[in-house]
Ligand binder design. Structure first.
Ligand SMILES: [Zn+2]
Length: 300
């Protein structure tokens, strides 16, 4: 190696160090998962930010009015070129307008775009929700799956049918082995079933099986709220949901409704407790009866 080559290598080394410092400086420190991936607080909801040389890939945009906080975490000069929405709920789509106005494309399941494009009934709150403005809606939708590259990162995404809404998706940062799954995992809040969209407890278990199949024991699973999960923790939640599904169905076959199930302590003895067991059981029953033909061959 002559002197010129040594100098060239030294310069390259300095450049690499400077680049990686610059990239890591862009990453929010709070919930760093790798040198390129972080969990960002989106007004209580978890957002996942991936930093590439040409800008960020962001999963979910955060709750309404949390835009300044999210932008503050990403950095004042941050550019998000791709935003995913894991589903249509406001905590995941609340700042879509801000990122769209700055040039981001918004990728989501087609059903998510449809829910955001029309007024819809919120049965639990007995009110209509207005359609979101055009500027907040997904710009690129899919039905089954898709993939993209961001720098060296392979990003696969796909549909998780009827797990929490009818438009849930996972976003799998495959190279980093981190998967964002939105509200399909719920280690902190009560698992929620938006039955009005067709979501139900059997769909949730099936969707969790899709995630288990795609992942390995080192995969980090990022839920919409609460701590990042290991695959083993996620599997434990899946098994618990299957146990709940089986218990609820047995009681339903005996003619029990949600209040009977609360009184019979159907959720007792599980690894977790519910803040609002009646709401969960009400929504689970509603969802289950919309799918009763999938539960037992003796029911027609
Ligand atoms: Zn949700």
């Amino acid at each position: 190696m002559d002197r010129r080559e040594v100098l060239k290598c030294a310069a390259a080394g300095v450049f690499t160090a400077w680049t990686s410092r610059r990239l890591s400086a862009q990453l929010p420190a709070g919930g760093r998962l790798t040198d390129k991936l972080s969990v960002v607080d989106g007004g209580g909801a978890n957002l996942v930010a991936f930093s590439a040389s040409d800008g960020f890939v962001l999963v979910d945009s955060g709750a309404p009015k949390s835009g300044d906080k999210v932008m503050g975490a990403l950095g004042s000069n941050a550019k998000v070129h791709t935003l995913f929405n894991t589903h249509y709920h406001p905590d995941q789509t609340g700042n879509n307008e801000i990122f769209a106005a700055a040039g981001a494309k918004i990728v989501a399941h087609e059903h998510t775009r449809q829910w955001m494009s029309t007024d819809y009934w919120v049965p639990g709150e007995d009110r209509y929700q207005k359609a979101r403005p055009e500027a907040a809606r997904p710009t690129e939708t899919f039905h089954t799956a898709g993939s993209m590259k961001a720098g060296n990162e392979q990003i696969d995404y796909g549909y998780l049918p009827l797990a929490h809404t009818d438009g849930d998706i996972y976003v799998f940062f495959k190279t980093s082995n981190v998967m964002a799954v939105g509200d399909v995992a719920s280690p902190l809040r009560d698992p929620a079933l938006d039955y009005f969209t067709g979501a139900w407890i059997g769909g949730r278990v099936d969707a969790m099986d899709i995630i288990l199949k795609l992942s390995n024991e080192l995969t980090k699973v990022v839920p919409a709220y609460g701590p990042v999960m290991t695959r083993a923790e996620f599997k434990a939640e899946r098994d618990m949901m299957e146990e709940v599904r089986s218990r609820i169905w047995k009681r339903a076959l005996q003619g029990d409704g949600p209040q009977d199930m609360v009184e019979a302590s159907v959720l007792k003895g599980l690894a977790r407790t519910w803040k609002d067991p009646y709401k969960f059981l009400y929504d689970a029953n509603k969802g289950m009866f919309a799918h009763h033909n999938k539960l037992d061959p003796s029911v027609i």
